[in-house]
Design a protein around this ligand. Structure first.
Ligand code: ZN
Length: 277
């Protein structure tokens, strides 16, 4: 999960991209192209106001995410590449991981592309803009210029071996569908109280959308925790560890913002839907 790249990756293959989740695929409803059809002008004005506010929040979240990503790319490494390899090897051995670990640069990217059938994804890693763990092809890669990211990816590889964290990891590919799923669910239930205009899902679309992303945020945090724990055990370097923790916190920050973004998107989809009726 390194939140630097803006490229979309195939969620079916890359279960745990260390990539800016902001660009992970849930789109925003194009509500701004629709005229309000509400009969109540006051209600229509209110809806439009909320829509505009949500759009401002959404843009702000995206900007915030970019700031965190840039800070992370500019951040220094917590230790030397040799020592990162040492920690990585320890993680692989201790956890019995059946994973190929790679550090990618411009010189070796073609070999990875051919061997694993990769395209844009490996390109981004070579540029230092991404790192990922792909369970299907049992591959964990980080940029040669930012090797410390591999420890987080190996954290994902360990997560993939354990029931609960594997489940959390699996929810990632569905989280982006939350706004759509909520709309569908909303169509299946009637308003809970007579006389009340909105039902539970309509009232809580934002928080429900965010909740859909919580398992992903949790799994990201656990993956980082595993990397930090391994680094702490293998290296005696408290100052370095502080840098690693800071870098991983920045990365997690982008996921939290993405979760809020998903909540906003869910709310927006309901406003769009309201105006369609
Ligand atoms: Zn990650």
């Amino acid at each position: 999960m390194i939140p630097i790249s803006t490229q979309q990756i195939n969620p079916n293959l890359y279960t745990s991209p260390y990539i800016n989740p902001y660009y992970g695929g849930y789109g925003q409803p194009p509500y701004y192209t629709n005229e309000s059809t509400s009969n109540d002008p006051q209600q229509a004005a209110k809806t439009l106001g909320l829509a505009a506010l949500l759009q401002v929040i959404s843009t702000g979240l995206e900007k915030g995410s970019k700031i965190l990503s840039n800070k992370l790319s500019a951040g220094k490494e917590f230790t030397t590449p040799d020592k990162v390899v040492k920690v990585a090897k320890d993680m692989v051995t201790k956890n019995n991981l059946d994973v190929t670990v790679g550090f990618v640069d411009e010189a070796n990217k073609a070999a990875y592309a051919t061997r694993y059938g990769l395209g844009k994804e490996i390109e981004a890693v070579a540029k230092g803009e991404n790192a990922f763990f792909a369970n299907k092809i049992k591959l964990a890669v980080a940029p040669k210029s930012k090797p410390s990211l591999i420890l987080h990816e190996l954290g994902h590889a360990i997560n993939a071996k354990h029931g609960f964290t594997k489940f959390l990891q699996g929810t990632r590919k569905y989280a982006g569908y939350a706004p759509m799923a909520l709309l569908l669910a909303n169509g299946l239930i009637s308003n809970d109280k007579p006389g009340e205009k909105k039902n539970f899902i309509e009232r809580n679309a934002g928080i429900l959308g965010f909740c859909a992303f919580l398992p992903t945020i949790a799994e990201e945090a656990i993956a980082s925790g595993r990397g930090i724990k391994a680094a702490k055990k293998v290296l005696n370097n408290p100052a370095g560890l502080k840098i690693l923790k800071k870098n991983y916190a920045l990365a997690l920050g982008t996921y939290i913002l993405a979760g809020i973004g998903l909540g906003v998107a869910a709310k927006q989809s309901f406003i769009f839907n309201e105006k369609e009726q």
